[in-house]
Design a protein. Structure first.
Length: 70
């Protein structure tokens, strides 16, 4: 039996959708891409990979806010 991870499948779908030229996308197509990316984020958030990405982005945001402070 073949098992497929939904997050991996969504990552492939996102890459394929984003490779298309921007001019070729309609507004509903753009909205669908946003929904797919949000679902992907929800799926990877509880994983260790999702937590490491969250921590890295948090550290980056913290360092940027420290740099821009007077």
């Amino acid at each position: 039996m073949l098992s497929i991870n939904v997050a991996v499948l969504l990552a492939v779908v996102i890459v394929v959708r984003l490779r298309r030229r921007t001019e070729a996308r309609s507004q509903p197509d753009e909205k669908l891409t946003v929904v797919i990316v949000l679902v992907f984020g929800v799926l990877i958030a509880p994983t260790s990979f999702g937590q490491s990405v969250f921590n890295a982005v948090g550290q980056l945001a913290h360092s940027l806010s420290q740099t821009n402070s007077p």
